[in-house]
Design a protein around this ligand. Structure first.
Ligand SMILES: Cc1cc2nc3c(=O)[nH]c(=O)nc-3n(C[C@H](O)[C@H](O)[C@H](O)COP(=O)(O)OP(=O)(O)OC[C@H]3O[C@@H](n4cnc5c(N)ncnc54)[C@H](O)[C@@H]3O)c2cc1C
Length: 444
């Protein structure tokens, strides 16, 4: 059937939804293809658009972090995802965490309610012809992966990504687990399970000895340093976990008045605070072993698990060899790529790439030149990272200040330096925003 759409978007995840929304805001007719529920992925559990597959956190909202700055930029650029996330915020200290059900339901309703977006629930097996955005994510279906491979002639890299377990709030022993945020930031948003040294060392030994799911032959295992399975951290040395996700700094156990040796933090996962996830507890331990080992954590002896941890395939392209900084592919200027598929990592980073692809596809429809955000901004630094040619050992990244060009002034350190980066970024974003969104106009 002939389509009247001016742009096809493949993938109704965070990037695809943001792209479709930005196109529609600019009066462009869109066909948004999402394969779920007809065909699932290893991680998605619903048929909702923009489903969050793991953590319910969009991470820090503070400007002293690059991800906090990216939030401010996306707010100013009229991001739908950010607006809906803020509407569904749940307490999480200095972070933006959301009620995942409410978030995905609202995102789905927003896109379904947009008259210029037609949602097509089918798997796209081959790259479409005509102006298109592919935002099919880390779990891109094998047929489409093959089509991308055929066009670019590049090998994919496969690696695992992580899901942390979730327990019910009522099954947590709150006479042991205490409420607090590190350094008191954000009040008492987290539940903390304290361990003394003996308990901690026994836990590390249990994690190491537990049965693990074997690594499949076809999957080349490359972990992000920020997303290592706990057993891999434990393997690196007995103290690694106590300096990583189990670090006790900034926390004091009210029962003893002292800092525990290690702390397992649990973060609220839903609006009603019925569910909590174990922060940083991605793992390849088998399900029975996870239940057994995690129930040795003080306060979790009777934990009821609604989801167990796992590690999954993650697919991304070698973008520096493939993409222009406008997110158009070099092979086909009418084909744009976005989201995690291009080698950014994280919910908001993927969203930001969807925003840019949507804005630029709309500009192509309008006969205007596509845009490149300034490299001094958080969004621009990500674009620069994933599109600068000649990079060796390309690996996906989260937003971080290490990607930013140096500041003009010297001798700035720590928080002061980060604030200076944020100040420069928001200054430089202004003219770009005026061009991309219009001075008086909000895109959302
Ligand atoms: C297991 C796992 C855990 C993760 N945990 C986190 C986390 O805790 N925090 C975080 O910030 N990031 C996490 N990520 C990264 C996260 O996936 C991305 O940050 C984000 O969801 C990527 O957005 P996206 O829009 O690129 O892809 P997705 O959100 O995955 O959207 C892609 C969509 O395309 C659809 N699709 C795929 N192939 C086709 C096809 N051929 N035809 C039609 N539709 C198709 C999929 O069904 C999906 O809905 C995780 C990723 C994985 C895989």
């Amino acid at each position: 059937m002939a389509s009247s759409a001016q742009v096809k978007v493949i993938g109704g995840g965070l990037a695809g939804c943001e792209a479709a929304w930005q196109l529609a805001r600019r009066g462009v007719r869109v066909e948004l293809h999402e394969m779920r529920p007809r065909r699932g992925t290893e991680a998605h559990q619903t048929d909702r658009l923009a489903e969050l597959v793991c953590s319910n956190s969009f991470r820090s909202a503070e400007l002293t972090t690059a991800i906090g700055l990216l939030k401010e930029e996306m707010r100013r650029l009229g991001s739908l995802v950010l607006e809906v996330a803020e509407r569904h915020r749940v307490p999480a200290g200095g972070s933006l965490a959301v009620d995942r059900e409410g978030f995905a339901a609202d995102m789905t309703a927003a896109i379904e309610g947009e008259p210029l977006v037609e949602i097509v629930r089918e798997e796209v097996e081959r790259l479409p012809e005509g102006l298109s955005i592919v935002a099919s994510g880390p779990l891109t279906s094998p047929a489409l992966s093959e089509s991308l491979r055929a066009l670019f002639g590049k090998e994919y890299l496969y690696f695992y990504d992580a899901i942390a377990p979730i327990v019910t709030a009522e099954s947590i022993d709150t006479s042991v687990a205490f409420r607090a945020s590190r350094w008191g930031k954000g009040g008492d948003d987290y539940l903390n399970c304290p361990m003394d040294r003996e308990q901690y060392l026994r836990f590390v030994a249990d994690v190491l000895a537990a049965d693990k799911v074997p690594t499949r032959e076809f999957e080349r295992c490359v972990h992000f340093e920020g997303c290592l399975p706990i057993e891999e951290m434990a393997r690196r040395g007995p103290d690694t976990l106590a300096f990583g996700p189990l670090k006790p700094v900034g926390l004091s156990d009210p029962r003893t008045g002292r800092r525990p040796h290690a702390v397992v933090q649990l973060r609220q996962d839903d609006r009603d605070a019925r569910l909590f996830n174990l922060v940083g507890f991605q793992t390849k331990m088998t399900y029975p072993e996870q239940r057994r080992v995690f129930r040795t954590i003080p306060g979790l002896e009777r934990a009821e698990f609604v989801r167990l941890g796992s590690l999954h395939r993650n697919t991304f392209l070698e973008s520096p060899e493939i993409l222009h900084a406008t997110l158009q592919t070099r092979a086909r200027p009418d084909l744009l790529l976005a989201g995690q598929l291009i080698g950014v990592e994280g919910y908001l980073e993927s969203t930001a790439m969807g925003w840019l692809a949507g804005v630029n596809a709309a500009r192509i429809v309008e006969g205007r030149a596509p845009l490149v955000p300034p490299a001094t901004t958080a969004i621009g630094s990500l674009v620069a990272y994933v599109t600068a040619p000649g990079r060796r050992d390309f690996q996906p990244v989260n937003a971080n200040y290490g990607l930013f060009p140096d500041l003009a002034e010297r001798v700035r350190r720590g928080a002061e330096k980060k604030r200076a980066h944020a100040e420069r970024a928001l200054g430089d974003l202004g003219p770009f925003r005026d061009e991309a969104v219009g001075p008086g106009r909000s895109a959302a």
